[in-house]
Ligand binder design. Structure first.
Ligand code: AMP
Length: 277
């Protein structure tokens, strides 16, 4: 496994790879969710490239960029085990040198959900992902369903800008009690960790109501909201039932509908989602 920090070196090495390249962009601090993406890339491509880059432009000024957990040595050991071929770990100064002034912005689908709650976040994501795609030139890139809006936005960018790769979505990996794996779960103390199960419980409630024939989206949002409000450590940012393509909020549930939510447990903001089929 090669570890590369310099953009030019990554580009040069890429030129030598003739067969399929699977690419997994990450911010590191791996859990089994990240590793599911790497395993899928490993199964489908001759070469697997993983990037580890805590991207400053996708964090708001009041967000946790500095506190974001990092453990590159552990990450590299895990990638070695998964038989990744190349790890690309650029420095922020090289990705964003002085005078950097170009942004990739997807409109419309970025106006809601995470885009509404975290101004600039998704533009930071599309900009870094476009840069990484240009450097790595993958055949396929792997993203987690955990960040559902991110996948929708990246797919739209790839289609609109005629980028020459396939985007593969990998199902959300969960803890045994249903909590979606996330690097940010490490911020939770034991009491908060227990409270955080309310996200998945509320998604299950939505699934159950839908399976029983409930089609009134507002009714389902209300039931979810009431369940979360019973948890004293939880503060709702949003509870959404939206068209899975446009992210327009629905009055009547039409499958596939994306049920997604953002909830603060203490000061830790967690997101999760399911798709009603
Ligand atoms: P991050 O390091 O948080 O930027 O995540 C890197 C990639 O891993 C993104 O495509 C995420 O959607 C994906 N990911 C994060 N958590 C999970 C999870 N629990 N299950 C599946 N994919 C995940």
């Amino acid at each position: 496994m090669r570890v590369i920090e310099k953009i030019d070196e990554m580009k040069q090495l890429r030129q030598q790879l003739t067969e399929a390249v699977g690419f997994v962009p990450t911010m590191g601090y791996f859990h089994d969710g990240h590793l599911a993406l790497v395993k899928r890339a490993r199964a489908e491509n001759r070469w697997v490239i993983v990037s580890i880059f805590v991207n400053p432009t996708q964090f708001g000024p009041q967000e946790d960029f500095n506190a974001y957990p990092r453990d590159p040595q552990r990450d590299l050991a895990l990638l070695e085990k998964e038989k990744a071929n190349i790890v690309f770990m650029p420095l922020a100064d090289e990705m964003y040198p002085a005078g950097f002034n170009s942004w990739v912005e997807v409109k419309k689908v970025t106006e809601r959900l995470e885009g509404a709650s975290r101004p600039g976040h998704l533009t930071g994501v599309t900009t870094v992902v476009a840069k990484l795609f240009n450097i790595v030139q993958p055949t396929r890139a792997y993203f987690g369903q955990k960040d559902a809006q991110q996948v929708i936005v990246v797919k739209k960018m790839v289609a609109d800008l005629n980028m020459n790769l396939e985007i593969v979505t990998v199902p959300t990996v969960r803890e045994p009690d249903g909590l979606a794996m996330s690097s940010r779960n490490t911020y939770l103390n034991p009491q908060q960790r227990q409270a955080a199960t309310v996200l998945y419980k509320s998604l299950n409630l939505a699934q159950q109501l839908w399976s029983q024939g409930e089609k009134d989206a507002q009714k389902i949002r209300q039931e979810m909201t009431q369940l979360i409000q019973k948890q004293p450590l939880a503060t709702i940012d949003y509870v959404s039932i939206a068209d899975a393509d446009t992210l327009d909020e629905l009055d009547t549930v039409r499958p596939p509908a994306l049920v997604s939510l953002a909830v603060r447990i203490g000061s830790t903001r967690l997101i999760d989602n399911i798709v009603l089929q």
